[in-house]
Design a protein around this ligand. Structure first.
Ligand SMILES: O=C(O)C1=C[C@@H](OP(=O)(O)O)[C@@H](O)[C@H](O)C1
Ligand SMILES: C=C(OP(=O)(O)O)C(=O)O
Length: 429
């Protein structure tokens, strides 16, 4: 007798817009001379702080009545005036906005949270100084960063890209507002797909930028043209829902995130495929179907998609053999030292873990009850929530920190997987 297998339960996950696309599009629209409309922008701490910062720098941003679109009327040049600009926890604000400010005229001071202040901006400050800008940072090369702006000419520039790609992205986006062409060469660049996203969006807003040789760019001083853009769902955020499919043996589809996505993190599904999940890559949607069993016994370089390494590392104890992630040294400089944060939390729940400067190996094992230390890092909270769908014995010390990129994370995970506990309203974003 042949018995038909029941098809896996299938869900559509509602994933909010990409942070990286939203903040780039906000900046480029604010630098353009007319009005641009962004549809389906991400509404979260990182994008609201970026939007407020641009408003302080002189752009006008209005929300549609349902909040589903933002209308941005840009300046057509760099900002003029003076002000203190609050960047909160947003690396994109701290690294994209100072180069924009340097192309204007006035006095701008960029400040951030204690967490953001611990993250480097020195390579960016150095690059701006070499272009002739007057820039000061705190003694360790961190925020607060002050720009005394009086317009900026282009020129030839080497940028250190080993710690973050955001320095290069920020400089490239300022390029069309300079007085002459900018030729920039990046050394040791990490997170390359984010630079491709920068180039694609700059071109969408009318810029002329070319990659003359790998890592060498020319930006022409054309200014920007207003343009409309629909923001794709965030691929890093989608990784938690795809991983949830893999560990629970169901099927999760994210609409609007297809194989032509501008986001490198869409490649996280290739890594899940190595664990045995089935992946369907459509032009406009991606589906992951899991088996509930994870195949381990491999090493993978996630240096280009490092925001998703914790999604894999957190579920790795469920695999049948060790999993090693390498190439992720720069993940130590994000909202937390992410290699240490993942390792300590897994060890606290009884899992064997080894780390190196740019790698982590997680061994199979069952987890004992533990309180997960989030370090105010949204991705630690979201990644360990996926592991907990299977183990049910983990609690987060700070569930509200997901608000940096997905304030509704707990509600959406709970809607699809009711075993995910909803934190009390006071602990939520
Ligand atoms: O440019 C961007 O939008 C980003 C670049 C990446 O940072 P690094 O270049 O510092 O790795 C990524 O981790 C961050 O979440 C967003
Ligand atoms: C590293 C991150 O953010 P950012 O650098 O933009 O603050 C992130 O969202 O994982």
């Amino acid at each position: 007798m042949i018995t038909a297998m029941a098809p896996p339960r299938a869900f559509d996950a509602r994933i909010p817009g990409s942070k990286s696309l939203t903040n780039r599009a906000l900046l480029l629209a604010a630098a353009a001379g007319a009005t641009s409309v962004l549809t389906a922008p991400l509404v979260s701490e990182d994008t609201l702080v970026f939007r407020d910062a641009l408003t302080r720098l002189g752009a006008r941003v209005e929300s549609s009545e349902d909040g589903g679109a933002w209308r941005i009327t840009g300046l057509g040049r760099g900002p003029v005036g003076a002000g203190r600009i609050w960047c909160a926890d947003a690396g994109t604000a701290a690294r994209f906005l100072p180069p924009l400010a340097a192309t204007g005229h006035g006095d701008f001071v960029f400040e951030g949270s204690t967490q953001l202040t611990a993250r480097p901006v020195a390579p960016l400050a150095d690059a701006l100084r070499r272009l002739g800008a007057e820039v000061a940072t705190a003694p360790g090369g961190t925020l607060p960063l002050r720009v005394a702006a009086r317009g900026l000419d282009g020129g030839r520039l080497d940028v250190d890209g080993r710690l973050s790609s955001q320095f290069l992205s920020g400089l490239l986006m300022a390029g069309p507002l300079l007085g002459s062409p900018l030729l920039v060469r990046a050394r040791g660049l990490v997170s390359r797909p984010y630079v491709d996203m920068t180039l694609a969006l700059m071109r969408h807003f009318g810029a002329e930028v070319a990659e003359d040789a790998p890592g060498e760019f020319t930006v022409r001083p054309t200014g920007y043209r207003a343009a409309d853009l629909r923001i794709e769902p965030d691929a890093s955020t989608a990784s938690y829902f795809f991983a949830a499919a893999a560990v629970t043996g169901c099927s999760v589809t994210v609409d609007g995130l297809g194989r032509e996505s501008l986001q490198g993190d869409v490649r996280f599904v290739d890594v899940l495929e190595r664990t045995g999940a089935r992946v369907l890559r459509g032009r406009r949607a991606t589906t992951v179907t899991g088996t509930g069993v994870l195949r381990g016994g491999f090493a993978v370089d996630m240096g280009e998609i490092s925001d998703t390494f914790m999604t894999l590392a957190a579920i790795a104890p469920l695999a049948d053999a060790p999993i090693t992630v390498r190439g992720i040294g720069h993940a130590r400089l994000k909202e937390s030292d992410r290699i240490e944060a993942v390792a300590r939390n897994l060890r606290a729940s009884g899992v064997r873990v080894e780390t190196g400067p740019d790698r982590i190996t997680v061994h199979p094992g069952s987890t004992s009850p533990a309180r997960i230390a989030c370090h105010r890092d949204h991705r630690i909270a979201m990644a360990f929530s996926v592991l907990n769908l299977r183990t049910g014995n983990l609690t987060l010390d700070d569930p509200g920190c997901v608000a940096k990129t997905f304030p509704g994370f707990h509600e959406e995970l709970h809607r699809l997987f009711p075993q995910h506990p909803l934190p009390p309203p006071t602990a939520r974003a």
